[in-house]
Design a protein around this ligand. Structure first.
Ligand code: HAM
Length: 414
């Protein structure tokens, strides 16, 4: 039997309901702050991600679904949506609008990662991007909005980690300093850390080895090396989050898997999740628009994984299906009348369903009960229907044309 590809899943009606509620919360929370919805294509020119996300990242090196479009152009299923939103911003001349331009999205992304709980090859992201503002208020507002969304969707046991990366130049200087520091302590480091000093010195901060941890306590921290402007920007972000009453941990070793970040970076995790604990994250990306050949444009944003949010959320009781009217048939030859009555009921604003499976009358009533129908109209002979109130069990005969007015009247009286 053919199955869904590894790392993908079907969204069945039961979970579609929960996702719809999450989407409504995002629409409400982000809409109230002036963010407007955007949708970009599922695939883009490969170069957009190679340049935007960064050639050296795992995403670009190993995780992209890239294909030839048949005409010699290389296309890629989007692994993330920030670079596409920036591409759209430039393509539609949004830099000429009042700034910042605030956009939000809910779309699927594709990454060829090893699947496990909370990690898929096709997954969905909520995201928000504010393009054209360098104000620290923008970063703080974005972080508060994500916290509100996680709360509204009942994501449990969340934690916020926060840091600042400064500028690429600060980072390059810091990397040199950290590499030199690690070399002077080589003999005290774990072997795997030692082997990767020049490749990825930041990894040393995540080591579980006691000797390495002791060395790293005295290692230089990027946060202490920030340029005064960047340090001041970060101070304001922190003060605003403090004022908003949002708790966070400062984590100078916070690294994100995308190259475009400058200044503020953050990540929300949930202790409900296992290894894949990152629910949502983002930060400032002041250089990205310019990297895509646009004018210098500061920007900031985040994305949160829908599946991880729902995995870490309180389960909602399944919403019952709403059925006001089930149209049943006493005899097969009433089917045209039944069909017409169901259509009319829907035009009148009722949720109406029709017998479609050739059940006996007894079977039809059992089915109406199972789907929770409020009323059943049984189509009989000569334009007469039996209208049954499924709650009280009361039933009486009436004209087919009177069924809908009677239901509407009864519902108004309730
Ligand atoms: P990201 O951290 O790569 O950032 O992804 C954001 C979120 O997407 C993660 O926190 C996680 O919840 C979810 N996610 C990532 N990979 C997977 C996966 N394989 N399966 C399920 N969920 C996943 C970005 O994508 C940036 N574009 C965020 C951003 C927006 N930065 C600035 N603006």
């Amino acid at each position: 039997m053919i199955q869904a590809p590894r790392g993908t899943f079907d969204i069945l009606p039961e979970s579609a309901q929960q996702r719809k509620l999450a989407e409504a919360e995002a629409d409400r929370i982000l809409g109230a702050a002036g963010y407007r919805r955007i949708e970009t294509p599922t695939f883009e020119a490969t170069e957009l991600f190679a340049r935007g996300v960064g050639e050296a990242t795992d995403i670009v090196q190993k995780e992209m679904y890239t294909f030839d479009d048949g005409g010699g152009r290389s296309l890629t299923l989007r692994p993330e949506i920030t670079a596409p939103v920036c591409r759209a911003y430039l393509e539609h001349g949004m830099h000429k609008l009042a700034q910042p331009v605030k956009l939000w999205y809910l779309s699927s992304c594709f990454r060829a990662e090893a699947p496990q709980r909370g990690r898929y090859r096709q997954f969905w992201q909520f995201g928000a991007e504010a393009i054209g503002s360098e104000a620290p208020e923008t970063d703080a507002e974005l972080i508060v909005l994500l916290a509100e969304l996680l709360e509204a969707v009942s994501v449990k046991r969340t934690r916020l980690r926060l840091s600042s990366l400064g500028t690429p130049a600060t980072r390059a200087d810091y990397r040199e300093e950290l590499t030199a520091f690690l070399h002077t302590h080589e003999s005290e480091l774990a072997e795997d850390v030692r082997d990767r000093i020049d490749l990825n010195p930041m990894r040393a901060f995540d080591s579980g080895d006691a000797g390495t941890q002791a060395v790293m306590r005295d290692a230089p921290k990027l946060l202490d090396r920030l340029h005064p402007d960047d340090a001041e920007h970060f101070e304001v972000v922190r003060a605003l989050l403090d004022d908003a009453g949002l708790r966070y941990e400062l984590d100078p070793t916070l690294v994100r898997g995308l190259d475009y970040y400058t200044r503020t970076v953050f990540e929300f995790t949930s202790d409900e999740l296992g290894a894949q604990s990152g629910v949502g994250g983002g930060g400032r990306y002041d250089g990205l628009i310019e990297l895509l050949d646009g004018p210098p444009t500061p920007a900031s944003g985040w994305a949160a994984g829908v599946e991880r949010m729902l995995l870490a959320a309180r389960e909602l009781p399944p919403a019952p299906e709403l059925v006001d009217l089930f149209v049943a048939l006493a005899k097969r030859d009433g089917s045209r009348t039944a069909f017409e009555l169901a259509l009319e009921a829907r035009r009148a604003g009722l949720q109406a369903q029709l017998e479609l499976a050739g059940r006996s009358l007894k079977g039809q009533l059992k089915h109406a009960d199972r789907i929770g129908a409020r009323y059943v109209a049984i189509i009989g002979d000569n334009g007469v229907a039996t209208l049954k109130d499924m709650e009280s069990g009361e039933q009486h005969d009436t004209g087919v044309q009177d069924v809908i007015p009677e239901i509407l009247r009864a519902e108004r009286m309730r």
